[in-house]
Design a binder for this molecule. Structure first.
Ligand code: FES
Length: 319
């Protein structure tokens, strides 16, 4: 894995809700964290060796990084480890990366579902700082399970929507997103069901893909396993640099096979959500199963080797 790890120290660990912890990290002695832009995330290497991505939601000017972590009992344990951290504990993190940046637009519509508020909160702060025109729609099952509500309620640019409150305040995508406007960028972040709902409605309303910016928080598979099982049989992957070919059997991923054969290639989440493993396809037809590439990137031949497969017998990669 081509990731440079930096030591970070837990300086604050507070419950935001019964199942969300807000964790502030400071750099190790004598070090400084790199600056980041709204929408960025870091990889965190947990004590047991799991690598997880968490968005940075704190004000960048503090020199610290703030994460908000949902404890997911169905997960493989990363969130539980993060919740078990204590002040003064040390862990390793990557430099920030941003696949979900603010884009240039006259107007920004932000949609956050649950823990998807974390990158969106950084965007809100950035837009407030710049005097940008924006509205945030923040949806959660209930008020007491939504992080950062105290600082968001009362903000005239923020609409809160809770499943267990009166029906009139719930998110209505047709009303709250409205018809497509060329001056508007739309950002959506949250769990799979929320993303599918908002993006599906946006598409039905006629919003073009280039106006819709998205970041999924996790695959819908609760175990977090790559979505490679049940594929339509195996295929062969060929590396353009050497011509070497490797069989990718049904139920296994390209990344898996390459690592097993000693091929050193970058990766991180192994879930198709971070973009770290993306390479270019030079020949063959991909079967995209990631949640990170845009339609435009796919059209340019980009391919996430951790989850995606092939519909042709051979797939040649720019590796
Ligand atoms: S490793 Fe994260 S998308 Fe493939």
């Amino acid at each position: 894995m081509v990731v440079t790890w930096t030591e970070a120290v837990v300086v604050s660990h507070t419950p935001a809700t019964p199942d969300i912890a807000v964790i502030d990290l400071a750099p190790g002695e004598g070090a400084e964290f790199p600056a980041y832009t709204a929408g960025a995330h870091v990889d965190v290497l947990t004590a047991s060796g799991l690598v997880r991505q968490y968005s940075l939601c704190g004000p960048p000017e503090t020199g610290r990084y703030r994460l908000a972590v949902l404890n997911e009992p169905q997960s493989r344990g990363g969130s539980r480890e993060m919740h078990a951290l204590r002040v003064s504990d040390r862990l390793r993190i990557s430099a920030p990366r941003n696949r979900f940046p603010l884009v240039t637009a006259q107007r920004h519509l932000l949609f956050a579902g649950g823990i998807g508020i974390t990158p969106i909160l950084a965007m809100l702060r950035q837009l407030e700082y710049e005097g940008g025109d924006f509205t945030l729609h923040y949806c959660a099952r209930s008020r007491d399970r939504a992080a950062f509500v105290t600082e968001l309620q009362g903000n005239p640019r923020v609409a809160l929507h809770f499943d267990d409150e009166e029906p009139g305040q719930r998110l209505d995508v047709a009303r709250d997103l409205g018809d497509p406007r060329p001056d508007t960028a739309v950002y959506v972040c949250g769990p799979g069901g929320f993303m599918d709902h908002v993006l599906g409605e946006a598409e039905a309303l006629g919003w073009p893909p280039q106006s819709l910016h998205k970041e999924r928080f996790a695959k819908q598979d609760p175990a977090g396993a790559p979505d490679t099982a049940g594929s339509d049989g195996g295929f062969t992957v060929r590396l353009a640099s050497t011509g070497a070919e490797y069989a990718v059997p049904e139920g296994r991923g390209v990344l898996d096979v390459l690592l097993e054969n000693g091929i050193d290639t970058p990766y991180s989440c192994q879930l198709g959500i971070c973009g770290e493993c993306v390479v270019k396809v030079l020949a063959g037809d991909p079967d995209h199963r990631d949640d990170v590439l845009t339609d435009g990137e796919r059209a340019e031949g980009m391919f996430a080797i951790c989850t995606s497969r092939a519909t042709t017998p051979v797939l040649e990669l720019d590796l």
